[in-house]
Design a protein around this ligand. Structure first.
Ligand code: RP5
Length: 164
């Protein structure tokens, strides 16, 4: 199976990254995690993106807050799918990072998930890998069934409590 690269702009983004790694661990998706910043270590960020396809990655998740240009900078240097996670790391509550990440100019796409959306970023990356991996697709189906069972259980509890 191809790996997913996870790149964060700062170690302060780790709580969001850990939502993604926990999801990958539950699905058995291999990943590699780095701190590469578009402004503090731009050369390393570019090198990672340039080498990613040959190194066996199938998708890259880029995690950054504030004037979050990391996902765009990674996407500029690879045609692998890039998923951006805007982080809530300033007093603008992540709106700054959301707009920076989602508003990519035409030609260099970044698939942007919700602010701090580590779990959905990992699920989307897994769904991309699952296009060519039927075992992973089955695991994703199982996860959906488990989520549906939990939601129906909540429905039962709420129904019992409020419908006499
Ligand atoms: C961004 O600036 C990082 O991705 C982080 O979300 C934010 C703050 O970084 P630190 O000042 O905590 O290193 O580059």
């Amino acid at each position: 199976m191809r790996m997913v690269g996870i790149v964060m702009g700062s170690a302060s983004d780790l709580p969001v990254v850990e939502k993604a790694t926990a999801t990958f661990d539950s699905l058995g998706v291999p990943y590699e995690v780095h701190v590469y910043s578009a402004h503090r270590t731009p050369v390393q960020a570019a090198q990672f993106a340039l080498q990613a396809r040959d190194r066996g990655f199938g998708a890259i998740i880029a995690v950054a807050g504030m004037a979050a240009h990391l996902a765009g900078a990674i996407a500029a240097n690879t045609t692998l799918p890039v998923i951006g996670i805007p982080c809530r790391s300033s007093n603008l509550d992540g709106l700054d990072a959301l707009l920076s990440t989602v508003q990519m100019p035409s030609g260099i796409p970044v698939a942007t998930v919700a602010i701090d959306g580590g779990k959905n970023a990992a699920l989307l990356a897994a769904q991309i890998l699952a296009v060519e991996d039927s075992q992973l697709a089955c695991k994703l189906d199982e996860l959906r069934r488990a989520e549906a069972a939990k939601a129906l259980e909540s429905d039962c509890q709420v129904f019992e409590k409020y419908n006499k």
